[in-house]
Structures are given as structure tokens and as C-alpha cells.
Design a protein around this ligand. Structure first.
Ligand SMILES: Nc1nc2c(c(=O)[nH]1)N[C@H]1C(S)=C(S)[C@@H](COP(=O)(O)O)O[C@H]1N2
Ligand SMILES: [Mo]
Length: 199
């Protein structure tokens, strides 16, 4: 479980913490980007869901901010072995975002400004497990960490949390993304240490 109750993480000490196998605790927030950081202004930002039927729904920044916000406090786990506990974000749950979208798809491919992609089962984006996050702590999300908006899927390795997300394709067949094509695990459960294909 990635979700910790607010207030609890502050009293947790390193010795009490159960980390996924092979992970170590870090206090700072490393930046991991496969390419240059895109600078996307909120005036040009748009988010588009494309269903398997070809039907599309888009949100401008203003429309996106009208969706209900949540402030999840979660643990995050990078495949390069750092874990960071009790991070608090503000974002829109994928449940809220996808509520009006008709689909029978089983898979999703997240697409980012800059070309990054990552795939997940659609189920893993629902039931309070994933957000489109636009604030980190008390600050707006800086470009280095994926601002204006990033995907946040804390129960999977952090490469699934696409920075600078611009859309979601809903697919009837699984389609590997950037790191998955390069040999990383299709699913990426940190508790099962699913780092690479075959793990
Ligand atoms: N668009 C995009 N999203 C991305 C990445 C990337 O290179 N491009 N790197 C992934 C990886 S491997 C990790 S660990 C996290 C890092 O997020 P951070 O830089 O905010 O720590 O973003 C993920 N999302
Ligand atoms: Mo990562």
C-alpha cells in the first residue's frame, strides 16, 4: 500500500519503515528525465483522452482545474532504488477525469509532451490509485518534476508516473511505452521487484 495517513509519516522513523525489496530511503527529491525538460505553459496545455473507439475528450487548463482536487500523501519508489516516503500532492483523480468517458478498454498508454510514453492496465488508474498531479507539497509542480501536470501512480515504480502528461490513449491491447520497450517490466510492481522484463 502506498497511501499513508497524514500525520503518521512525520512520526515514522527509518527503522520502522518497510521499504519494497532493494530500495533505500532518500530525503531529497532526485530528478530523473530521459530527455530535456519541456516547458509547457498552462495557456497552451491541454489534456486529451482518446478512447479505443476513436472518441476524444479534451480539457483546457481552466476546465481541468474545475475538476475536484484531492491531496494524496503517498510513498514513491524509483526503479533506480530510491524511495521517498510521505509525499503530498494535489491533483485530480483519474476516476474523476474518466467518469464521463465510455470505454471497454483494458489498457492505457500515457503520452507526454516531449514524446515519453508509458503503459498501464486501465484498472491501475482507477479506484483512487492514480492522479493527474499539479502541486507538490505547498508549491505548484515545477517543470523538472513534470509540471504543469504529471501522472502520479504511486503503487507502481515511478517511471509509470509520466511527467508533462498530455494525454491518455485507452487501448484494447497492451502497448509498451518508452522504458518498457527498452527492457523494463511491463507492470512494475515495486513490492514484487518487477524491475525488468522477466522479473
Ligand atoms: N515524461 C517523462 N516522464 C517521466 C520520466 C521521463 O524521463 N519523462 N522519467 C520517469 C522516471 S524513470 C522516474 S523515476 C520519474 C522521476 O520523477 P522525478 O524526476 O520527479 O523524480 O519520472 C518518470 N516520468
Ligand atoms: Mo525511475
Amino acid at each position: 500500500m502506498g497511501i499513508v495517513s497524514p500525520g503518521f509519516h512525520g512520526r515514522r522513523r527509518q527503522g520502522d519503515v518497510k521499504l519494497p525489496p532493494g530500495q533505500y530511503l532518500t530525503e531529497d527529491f532526485p530528478v530523473l528525465s530521459a530527455g530535456p525538460t519541456p516547458r509547457v505553459g498552462t495557456d497552451e496545455w491541454e489534456f486529451t483522452v482518446t478512447a479505443e473507439t476513436g472518441e476524444r475528450r479534451s480539457w483546457t487548463w481552466r476546465e481541468f482545474l474545475e475538476l475536484p482536487a484531492e491531496t494524496p500523501t503517498v510513498d514513491i519508489h524509483c526503479v533506480t532504488k530510491w524511495s521517498k516516503l510521505g509525499t503530498t500532492w494535489t491533483g485530480v483523480s483519474l476516476d474523476a477525469l474518466l467518469a464521463g468517458v465510455e470505454t471497454t478498454a483494458d489498457y492505457a498508454l500515457a503520452r507526454s509532451y516531449g514524446g515519453y510514453t508509458t503503459n498501464l492496465p486501465l484498472q491501475d488508474l482507477l479506484d483512487g490509485q492514480a492522479w493527474l498531479a499539479y502541486r507538490f507539497g505547498d508549491e505548484e509542480l515545477v517543470p523538472e518534476h513534470g509540471g504543469p501536470v504529471r501522472l502520479l501512480v504511486p503503487h507502481l515504480y515511478f517511471w509509470k508516473s509520466a511527467k508533462w502528461i498530455r494525454g491518455l490513449d485507452l487501448l484494447t491491447q497492451d502497448e509498451p511505452g518508452f522504458w518498457e520497450t527498452a527492457g523494463y517490466h511491463d507492470y512494475g510492481d515495486p513490492w514484487l521487484e518487477q524491475r525488468y522484463q522477466g522479473d
